[in-house]
Ligand binder design. Structure first.
Ligand code: PEP
Length: 253
């Protein structure tokens, strides 16, 4: 069975001391949550990673980065390498978010290089995929999702898929308050799993988690999580508020 993964994506929000304040409120709410039944993570700005990981030690909360570079070290001013993220106590990295495609020129090729690099350091890659509104209206949602999966995973060995999580995030639903209906989400998640099956076989496709992202909140989490191919959420806005994020983590209670 695929363990649900409820993963926050803080984007460019919270200073490191605001992050620590958040954890002071949020971590006690995780007491009694069975880490064997749900995985909980927060992707946060680089500068907060070490402090957050140290603060969260001993809890089930995992901390991750929202990006990385693909080189190991060297003259790449302003970039952060996967081994630095790992050394700061993070366990995962979100890569290929649509905001990075839109504002920072990310492509399947750069996302693939980042995935190769972070997997080498034993980090989990949360790989974002998903179509824009224009692409959906042009009936291209499946083609885009297939292109994002095949491009991002190019050359990744079957054995490494255990450290890959996909996050289907229809761009038109991110930060807009518009959620994909459970039927729309399920349709694309099933298609994404079939694409994985074509690439890696049914066993790996069945074992790989596919999260939904796009205005997931306490009001819609239950119906989205009830979809057979939705294995968790990548959550922006609602992960910034301890009350809301707690409700998402406890979606099945
Ligand atoms: C996201 O940024 O990954 C996201 C899904 O944001 P929101 O939940 O705010 O739509």
């Amino acid at each position: 069975m695929r363990k649900p993964f409820i993963c926050g994506n803080w984007k460019m929000n919270k200073t490191w001391n605001e992050a620590v304040d958040f954890l002071g409120d949020f971590l006690p709410r995780l007491q009694g949550v069975d880490g064997g039944k749900v995985q909980v993570g927060i992707g946060a700005p680089f500068i907060s990673l070490e402090r957050m990981a140290t603060t969260a030690k001993g809890s089930i909360l995992e901390i991750g980065a929202e990006n990385c570079f693909w080189e190991e070290k060297g003259a790449f001013t302003g970039e952060i390498a996967p081994n630095m993220i790992k050394a700061a106590g993070s366990t995962f990295v979100i890569i290929g978010h649509s905001e990075r495609r839109q504002y920072f020129g990310e492509t399947n090729e750069t996302i693939n290089k980042k995935l190769v690099a972070l997997l080498k350091h034993g980090l989990v890659g949360v790989v974002c995929i998903g179509e824009t509104l224009a692409q959906r209206e042009a009936d291209q949602a499946e083609a885009v999702v297939k292109d994002h999966i095949t491009g991002s995973l190019k050359g990744i060995a079957a054995d490494d898929l255990k450290n890959v999580v996909l996050a289907y995030e229809p761009v038109w639903a991110i930060g807009t308050g518009k959620t994909a209906s459970p039927a729309q989400a399920q349709e694309i998640h099933a298609f994404a799993r079939k694409t994985l099956s074509d690439l890696y076989g049914a066993a790996i496709a069945d074992a790989t988690r596919i999260l939904y992202g796009g205005s997931m909140n306490p009001a819609n989490v239950k119906e989205l999580m009830a979809c057979p191919d939705v294995d968790g959420g990548l959550i922006g806005g609602a992960a910034l508020k301890p009350d809301d994020f707690e409700k998402l983590v406890k979606f099945n209670q």
